[in-house]
Design a protein around this ligand. Sequence first.
Ligand SMILES: Cc1ncc(COP(=O)(O)O)c(C=O)c1O
Length: 298
Amino acid sequence: MASVPFDRLDGHIWMNGEFVAWGDAKVHVLTHGLHYASAVFEGERAYGGEIFKLTEHSERLHESARFLGFTIPWSVAEIDGACRELLRMQGLSDAYVRPIAWRGSEQMGVSAQNNRINCAIAIWQWPSYFDPEQKLKGIRLDIAEYRRPDPRTAPCKSKAAGLYMICTLSKHAAEAKGYADALMFDWRGHVAEATGANVFFVKDGVIHTPNPDCFLDGITRRTVIELARRRGYEVVERTILPEEMDGFQECFLTGTAAEVTPVSEIGPYRFQPGEVARNLMADYSAEVHPKRAVEAAE
Ligand SMILES: Cc1ncc(COP(=O)(O)O)c(C=O)c1O
């Protein structure tokens, strides 16, 4: 990928109802969202010119804001429309879509009741990564030092910027040791998720995944559960203890960015990327690509 910094990319950004030149989409340093993490965002992917599950993402953006005590002044339909129009203006087909909403600069303090709620959308090129052979080798995960917080200590169902502080710390620590990512336990010590993706395991053909009771119930997670059941796999959502990882044969991650990514290692535990992940990678790829794009390519 090109090393051009993100503030120097080309095109337009939708900001508070208007399309502005990429380089003009700026905020002041005295922005509440920057100082106090009063910001929520989404990560979406366009495949073949269509944003996968766009409305679900826009609804989650609204929900995330509600958990942080603010209302986004653009409706789900308006945000959907802005995303679609921006994708067209950017002239992209396979792309990443990043909506964000945050409290502005009117008050600078813990209390910011009167701050304007801002919203912006940026879209950049991100060709989908479809080299199943490479992916099928599986990625290596470390075990994170930080844990997903207790729902009594943070609005854990919000895709809130502040909740990513421990994700960045955990991912950096893992990368420093040569791992691709880190698996996080939850506040009770149960298996939770990776720093930007949900986790699944396979044992004797049955799929097991943690209950999303204190972390994001990913849109990809739900899609993959549906695809797996459609294929006839049994999927069990339950508490998973770390030591159980010893008995699982396959492991894979799901997420908008990760799609379906097999895992070969988590700390001391080893997995064999295999048939279940391979089938679900293929099913997910078929599901996210608009039918007309698939037909045109044939
Ligand atoms: C912490 C975390 N968990 C899970 C996910 C997966 O969510 P989704 O499938 O909706 O992208 C993401 C990605 O957004 C994430 O950042």
